[in-house]
Write a protein that binds this ligand. Structure first.
Ligand code: ACM
Length: 384
């Protein structure tokens, strides 16, 4: 009798700590895809087996656990990380061990690794469009608030340059808070916003602190119709935490919103709710993690190995019919072609899509030749 060994994949998403809720979305996107792949016969009869660890939102633990997955568990492919600080710790591990990291979160760009596939939006796929939208609809003066780590600092630097480029505008102030910031931490910031009176706020606050920021904004008596918070990191997950009433009217830029009105998306959401109920809230990270697992399985079926040296040539240029539209891994930079969209949070805790791309935008992680081109049109999506 021949024994068919499963294909182990590592899942390195926090279940606890500041980004535990955000990372639950990614974890369950990956787990849903694993179930679908196994129900369809696995990879040539071999089931995918998830080996999951909880790094507790602590960057150093991601590095330790990535090492453990590769060395002790014999895993060659890891799906994981959320904050850029965690990815930066895992990259030297996968490079040293010649393993592969699938990273599904939007990030600040200006990075390439032979050992990483990036499927979240790069700045030319979310920041560029957000800068154009916010400065043309609200005005050129922006106040920036971020969590104090690499992504917010870099994302704010890029946004400052884009606001200048698209409107001649500027960042009037830039403030940073701890990852575990709570209500009181935002009080003086709100006082300063009253004095500065910017046209909009750009938030790069991540994780649980996000709901405290939006609550402090509401308590300070500001109006999202006059001076909204714009963000790349606030999604349906954070809206569920803060409540639809607090989020309503604020803006996010993302390739995926639950409200995308296509059969592929509606069907994917229906299957998720049937199987996983309320364990996690689908958002862009959920969708990207789901797609990455299918892209991996399809590539492994084709090339017959989960060894990075065999797998990577097959992954480069590969496509998947995703809930956001057909996505493709750019063969040159390992990032993904995605569909920029701007959403306004509505009273139902969902995003009304107010602008969206005519087609996928090629990733340009180093912002070498980015341009608005004809990327957007007013959306015809209903205001639900
Ligand atoms: C992030 O840290 N890439 C959200």
């Amino acid at each position: 009798m021949t024994i068919t060994l499963p294909v182990k994949v590592g899942l390195l998403f926090s279940e606890t700590g500041a980004t535990g809720k955000a990372e639950a979305a990614l974890r369950f996107g990956a787990l849903m895809a694993i179930e679908e792949i196994n129900e369809a016969g696995g990879i040539d009869g071999r089931e995918l087996m998830a080996v999951c660890y909880d790094p507790c939102s602590e960057p150093f633990r991601y590095g330790q656990l990535a090492e453990r997955l590769i060395v002790d568990d014999g895993v060659k492919v890891i799906f994981g990380c959320y904050m850029s600080s965690t990815r930066k710790v895992v990259i030297p591990v996968v490079e040293r061990r010649n393993a592969l990291l699938f990273y599904a979160t939007l990030y600040e760009g200006f990075e390439f690794s032979n050992n990483v596939i990036y499927s979240g939006a790069a700045p030319n796929q979310n920041s560029v469009q957000l800068a154009d939208y916010m400065t043309s609809v609200y005005g050129p003066r922006v106040y920036m608030i971020g969590s104090d780590y690499i992504y917010p600092h870099e994302s704010n630097r890029i946004m400052s340059e884009l606001v200048l480029q698209y409107s001649g505008g500027a960042c009037v102030e830039e403030r940073y808070v701890r990852l575990d910031a709570a209500g009181g931490d935002f009080k003086t910031i709100m006082d300063e916003i009253w004095q500065q009176r910017p046209d909009f706020i750009f938030s790069t606050v991540v994780g649980d602190a996000t709901r405290h920021l939006y609550r402090a904004y509401a308590d300070a008596g500001f109006s999202p119709h006059e001076m909204p918070i714009a963000s790349l990191t606030t999604s349906e997950v954070e809206i569920a935490q803060m409540g639809a009433g607090v989020a309503e009217g604020h803006i996010s830029s993302s390739p995926y919103f639950q409200s995308i009105n296509t059969a592929v998306n509606r069907d994917c959401l229906r299957r998720f709710h049937q199987r996983f109920g309320g364990v996690a809230v689908p958002n862009a990270g959920w969708e990207a993690a789901y797609c990455q697992m299918h892209l991996f399985a399809n590539a492994m079926r084709q090339c017959g190995s989960d060894d990075i040296d065999v797998l990577m040539p097959t992954l480069r240029g590969s496509q998947f019919c995703a809930p956001q539209g057909v996505v493709k891994i750019d063969p040159h930079n390992h990032h993904t072609c995605v569909y920029p969209r701007i959403g306004r949070a509505n009273a139902q805790g969902q995003y009304t899509i107010v602008r969206e791309s005519l087609g996928p935008v090629t990733p340009d992680p180093y912002l070498i030749s980015h341009c608005l081109g004809n990327w957007m049109r007013e959306s015809t999506a209903p205001d639900t």
